[in-house]
Write a protein that binds this ligand. Sequence first.
Ligand SMILES: Cc1ncc(C[n+]2csc(CCOP(=O)(O)OP(=O)(O)O)c2C)c(N)n1
Ligand SMILES: [Mg+2]
Length: 388
Amino acid sequence: MKRYAAYDPPEYVNWSPDPALLGRYGKKIEEQPQRKAAVSALSPKDLLALYRGLLRFRLHDIALQRWVKQGVLSKAWLGTGEEAVTIGAVHALRREGESGDVVGPMIRNAGACHEMGMPIADMLRGYLATADSPTRGKDLHVGGLGYGIVAPVSMVGSLAAVMNGFALAFKKRGEQRVALTWIGDGATKHGEVHEALNFAAVQRLPVVFIIQNNQVALGTRFRQHHLAADFYGWGRAYGVTLLEVDGNHVLDVYAACRLATERCRAGEGPVFMAAETFRMGGHATHDVREARRTFDASLFETWGRRDPIGVFEEYLATGPALDGGGESDPAACEALNRRILEDLELEVIAEVDQAAEEALASRSGGMPAPEETATDVYAGPGEVLRKT
Ligand SMILES: Cc1ncc(C[n+]2csc(CCOP(=O)(O)OP(=O)(O)O)c2C)c(N)n1
Ligand SMILES: [Mg+2]
């Protein structure tokens, strides 16, 4: 994949695959029979769809960074280095619009929106606050129930209880649908999260909670806010199945999430997933330098080698033929795969570029009228200030 010196973390700019790491990547799936079965069922088309999703997410974030550099935006929140936790999970869901599964992405999970079907142009319009953005210029936390996306709640942790509401409704109606959300390591310190986890547990709700440990909450390192080494004991604490996942391994996340949703649909939910990953930048674009001071450089190096997109690209390139054909000569097969991956990347670059152009075009004459501010805004329980 192309690297961007102006936008990528330095560890990604001259990225090259680490053979030992690649070997472990493949082994990780081989060693877990149930996850291996889920991955084996993926067709070359499915694998390429995962790769496409990862690239879309990275390039969506790069489009935002470009706007920050150009002064179009003051800042942007990115998911760089954490794309696999989102894309792997979403691809395991039934993406069937308003009648399918429902996700509640946080700001680090923007990729969930485009993989659930929201046009990237609309996501970008959310940032630009144009009148035709999903919130009509009110908020960059975009969602759309028509796509099965619950908009992020700004107060971290609060979305967990909201997703329980969806899951409870699915259960009461006897629908085989699943709600899924991500909870940051920092957000787990919120009391509301514990109420939500316990409520889901005792009500056996069809909900998947992915604890996304990117080792930091704003400027507070994981070790400063969490004494245990990880979240793996939380399943036992709540009486819920917890699946440990490699958050930088899109296939591991995908497979674990498939198993989790199967349990939910069989009435055995909820399931917790604990994903270890790393934030390769700042909390947002404004504090990247501060983030570099927060952590030892070696941590960025270690996680930088584990770029979830770079490693997956190598895994695909050196694997079976991605055209579904029977090319058996290893060198010819790799050359074919690399060509397929490159062509796909060019398509995604064009897709994101076009979305950015469309979103920018919305700005000219398309900003919300001041009187719109109070439209479709809730003033109190159940009371809409002014409805369109
Ligand atoms: C209840 C609440 N407290 C504080 C904030 C300010 N805030 C926004 S993001 C954030 C850090 C969240 O850390 P984490 O949950 O680990 O998510 P990450 O940013 O690492 O993805 C904080 C403290 C907030 N949005 N909501
Ligand atoms: Mg965090």
